[in-house]
Design a protein around this ligand. Structure first.
Ligand SMILES: [Cu+2]
Length: 155
């Protein structure tokens, strides 16, 4: 009986702590967008060709400024950079006005020999799947991951 009670109470604690942790895990990082120095932007490139993302894993840190240069260097085949959960988790910078907002799109379509550049700040840590939404391209290997890590706070 005591043994059962002990076990039962430890399970309850596990459930309670899980619920306590959940809001933290899904919360947006508390980034200070006004003080971000865009002259120190980190430029990251991803090239789409031969039915692969090059690289197929991208790593970012929350609250830091990035410029992502996505290019399709294929001669004749269109590709997409599809990552709905990633786009929901970032703040996109309007290069003309400096305004920051959540993107209204879930993917970027890239015609052959085209490039799209975005400036953004990752606002939520997590692992986000990336793929090409063109028919059969994922089965040919056109998928990857985007990882966003919590920025280490300076002491
Ligand atoms: Cu593709």
């Amino acid at each position: 009986m005591n043994e059962f009670k002990k076990k039962h109470s430890s399970i309850s604690w596990w459930v309670v702590s899980l619920f306590l942790l959940m809001p933290i895990k899904i919360a947006l990082a508390d980034c200070d967008y006004q003080s971000i120095d865009w002259s120190k932007v980190t430029v990251v490139s991803d090239d789409l060709y031969h039915f692969r993302f090059h690289p197929n894993e991208l790593d970012f840190e929350t609250c830091k400024p990035y410029e992502l240069k996505i290019s399709n260097t294929s001669g004749r085949i269109g590709h997409s950079f599809t990552a709905p959960d990633f786009f929901k988790s970032i703040k996109l910078r309007n290069p003309d006005t400096g305004d920051m907002s959540t993107p209204s799109y879930e993917e970027l379509m890239l015609a052959p020999q085209s490039e799209i550049d975005i400036q953004f700040v990752p606002a939520m840590a997590g692992g986000y799947p990336l793929w090409c939404s063109h028919k059969f391209h994922t089965s040919l290997g056109m998928k990857g991951w985007i990882y966003v890590y919590d920025q280490q706070k300076p002491q």
